[in-house]
Ligand binder design. Structure first.
Ligand code: CMP
Ligand code: CMP
Length: 247
């Protein structure tokens, strides 16, 4: 959510934030109440629970760890809190007030969500995710452009970024026999993804990926990839079988 801000906007946001210590067991946010603050975790773990229609017991949804943010929905949509957030351990939070959030962060974040939500919904690998999970991906992605013939990924290099094609095409080439030129092993079009192997296996890049014509992609860096696409681990790993013909 803060990635879309420039340096000056970021420094205004940082100076507006206050530190708050909470104790294990304390509710930081209660579902259904009104809310005026967004939180970033510096230390500790918090749990998120939500009551679904027809249920009497709230369902555990996820943990929040250092670096994660929560409590943005009530501010973005002027709605009651959509879930309860409870400290699992003693925790240290940074709190951002509604005014600074509205003034600096909200429009930028909302514009980014509006811009990418429909596209991400059309990406096959992300279709099993719910609207909320996809909106977190919207916040974290970065748009990048490449010219025809430019390498997005170089075989053998270290890799920390995952890509999805928005517009244009690309090809993957791979060294099959040492000393011979790499061979084309894959063709990519909008909605296709690549660059997951280095992140899943902690290995150097297994192929080159080269723009064929003008190329626009969105990218996710390693931490966001692990945090946001963690639930897709199995599908991503299953899809890796498609490469085995060429490995
Ligand atoms: P907010 O509604 O302001 O307060 C509760 C927070 O829980 C919400 O913002 C989100 O930051 C977070 N949350 C995590 N998962 C969900 C979910 N599936 N639905 C709604 N809120 C969620
Ligand atoms: P990664 O190894 O991170 O970077 C290069 C990417 O090319 C790789 O992830 C895959 O997403 C993609 N790729 C396409 N075809 C192959 C292949 N045959 N073997 C390995 N990677 C491939």
């Amino acid at each position: 959510m803060f990635m879309a801000l420039d340096e000056q906007e970021m420094s205004v946001v940082i100076s507006a934030m206050d530190e708050r210590k909470v104790s294990a067991g304390e509710n930081v946010i209660v579902e259904g109440e009104s809310g005026n603050e967004l939180y970033v975790v510096e230390e500790g773990t918090l749990e998120c629970y939500k009551l679904f229609p027809g249920q009497t017991v709230p369902k555990f949804l996820k943990n929040y760890e250092p670096g994660d943010a929560f409590g943005e929905l009530a501010l973005l949509y002027n709605a009651p809190r959509a879930a309860t957030i409870k400290a699992k351990t003693d925790a240290c939070l940074w709190v951002l007030d509604r005014n600074t959030f509205n003034y600096i962060v909200k429009d930028t974040a909302q514009r980014k969500r509006d811009k990418y939500e429909d596209f991400l919904k059309s990406v096959k690998i992300l279709q099993s995710m719910d609207h909320y999970e996809r909106s977190k991906i919207c916040d974290a992605i970065k748009e990048e452009r490449f010219e025809s013939g430019q390498f997005v990924i170089k075989e053998g290099e270290q890799g920390n970024i995952f890509y999805i094609i928005v517009e244009g095409e690309a090809t993957a080439t791979k060294t099959i026999e040492a000393g011979k030129p790499p061979k084309e092993v894959m063709h990519y079009k909008p909605g296709d993804y690549f660059g997951e192997l280095a992140l899943l296996k902690n290995e150097p890049r297994a192929a080159n990926v080269i723009a064929k014509g003008k190329l626009k992609v969105v990218s996710l860096e390693r931490n966001s990839f692990k945090r946001l696409l963690g639930p897709l681990d199995d599908i991503l790993k299953r899809n890796m079988d498609a490469y085995s013909n060429y490995c």
